[in-house]
Write a protein that binds this ligand. Structure first.
Ligand code: SF4
Length: 104
């Protein structure tokens, strides 16, 4: 299963990422549902979130909605070690030549 870091042009990348981590974890606004509902990766993203993510919105599903579905489908969350997640999400961090965003 592909993770969200490999999705091409996800719609959430075009908006404020903070709205995908709503306070309390379960009160999703119509804006998030509309964005995820229009995203070509919604199904794959939702499945990823069910299997790997405890926080945030994935595929238009809130934390509460994912917990409910997990119980019904007997899904156990497989968290990914943070160093693996960071290496996949920010591959340049492992590059010894990477200088960060320095402009000097
Ligand atoms: S379904 Fe939603 S959270 Fe997942 S990639 Fe698309 S816009 Fe982002």
């Amino acid at each position: 299963m592909r993770g969200p870091q490999s999705f091409e042009n996800p719609l959430c990348a075009q908006t404020d990422p903070e709205i995908f981590f709503p306070e309390g974890g379960h009160n999703l606004g119509k804006q998030i549902k509309a964005i995820c509902g229009s995203c070509e990766h919604q199904v794959e993203c939702a499945e990823w979130g069910l299997k790997h993510e405890r926080h945030g919105v994935w595929g238009g599903l809130s934390e509460y909605e994912r917990r409910t579905i997990r119980r019904r489908r007997n899904i156990i969350v497989e968290t990914i070690p943070v160093e693996v997640f960071l290496a996949k999400t920010f591959p340049r961090l492992g590059d010894s030549n990477y200088q960060g965003n320095s402009t000097t």
